[in-house]
Design a protein around this ligand. Structure first.
Ligand SMILES: NC(=O)c1ccc[n+]([C@@H]2O[C@H](COP(=O)([O-])OP(=O)(O)OC[C@H]3O[C@@H](n4cnc5c(N)ncnc54)[C@H](O)[C@@H]3O)[C@@H](O)[C@H]2O)c1
Length: 320
């Protein structure tokens, strides 16, 4: 099978490309390396010179996106402006990439009638404390002057766009709402909490917990997510569906910090930092973010194999 992977030099993308290449597939990556890194794929390019190719370019280049889509059997669309910190600092690129860029990619799939995977996010549920969150739940956004909501809104537009193509033109789309995914190759530079904490712990620096630390999240290890994506692309029942993929262990961010310190044998302390100091006034945080995995279990038999402690230990070892 020939895959076009947008955002393939990023955290999820580079790990996914590795899995498809190991399976014997052919992969082409388009990535502008805005948050992704060439080092994430350089070993793969060396190992699979005949089956992996790479364009350092943007999905805003619609002509290239069309050409690459025409050559692929399926499209995995992961390219996006990602990370709260990145979105707040680059609001325009977030809007352009996540809306215009996704439109280019989805339009390519429409023109050449290719199956397409759309990476959405738990952020689309917005500002709510309800748990667990079901795919059919209403969404609740803060005001548009708070730019952090632009990411959620852009991902919601992507979902509407993909569903419209599916319902009106029968384009096979699969939409996945990722909750926090963690694993090697993820960077803490753009606000991702686990690599940031592990980096601080390994340097014996204070772990900076934003807010009061009582906000909770679940975390899913990357290998569980890769299997889920590959299953979704093979399973006809997933076409036209929105599916949550996330973890099962809800944890307070303050407790996560304590766990990282303990598992890494660090002598770090913990410091609480007000959100405003990190993100400015344009920020709201969600208190809880717990997925319902009912649909993923029913359609994919999704059952994460990696617990939080095991995942953290692997990440700590990989970052040492
Ligand atoms: N990691 C998570 O926990 C998580 C959670 C929810 C949703 N997601 C979604 O999963 C996808 C992958 O995220 P990730 O965690 O691997 O982040 P990432 O930043 O590592 O990957 C995104 C990739 O897209 C590339 N990119 C950005 N703008 C581009 C453009 N205009 N043209 C081409 N490439 C571009 C980046 O360089 C990067 O390599 C994203 O769509 C993200 O919104 C991830």
């Amino acid at each position: 099978m020939k895959l076009l992977v947008t955002g393939g030099a990023g955290f999820i993308g580079s790990n996914l490309c590795r899995k498809y290449l190991e399976r014997g597939d052919e992969v082409h990556i388009i990535d502008n390396l805005s948050t992704g890194k060439f080092e994430n794929i350089s070993d793969l390019l060396e190992k699979y010179p005949d089956r992996l190719s790479f364009d350092e370019d943007s999905i805003l280049n619609d002509k290239l996106v069309m050409k690459l889509t025409s050559l692929a059997d399926v499209v995995i669309h992961l390219a996006a402006a990602v990370g709260v910190k990145y979105i707040i600092n680059n609001p325009l690129s977030a809007m352009e990439t996540n809306i215009i860029g996704t439109e280019n990619v989805v339009r390519g799939a429409k023109v050449f009638k290719k199956k397409i995977f759309i990476a959405s996010s738990s952020e689309v549920y917005g500002d709510q404390e309800k748990a667990p969150l079901y795919e059919e739940d209403s969404v609740i956004f803060g005001p548009s002057v708070k730019l952090r909501w632009s990411y959620a809104a852009s991902k919601l537009v992507d979902e509407f766009l993909a569903l419209s193509y599916y319902r009106t033109l029968d384009i096979p789309v699969v939409i996945c709402r990722f909750f926090n995914i963690i694993g090697p190759k993820q960077t803490g530079e753009y606000g991702m909490v686990v690599p940031r904490f592990v980096d601080q712990a390994l340097k014996n620096n204070p772990l900076l917990v934003y807010g009061d630390g009582n906000q909770t999240r679940t975390f899913t290890y990357i290998e569980d997510v890769l299997d889920a994506i590959m299953n979704m692309m093979e399973n006809e029942k997933c076409v036209g569906q929105i599916i949550n993929i996330g973890g099962t262990e809800e944890i307070k961010i303050l407790d996560l910090a304590k766990k990282v310190i303990q598992l890494s044998g660090s002598s770090s302390s913990i410091e609480l930092v007000p959100y405003e100091k990190v993100y400015g006034k344009d920020f709201d945080d969600m208190k809880r973010r717990v997925p319902s995995l009912e649909k993923a279990r029913k359609l994919l038999d999704f059952n994460p194999k990696y617990g939080l402690d095991d995942s953290l230990k692997i990440i700590i070892d990989s970052m040492k």
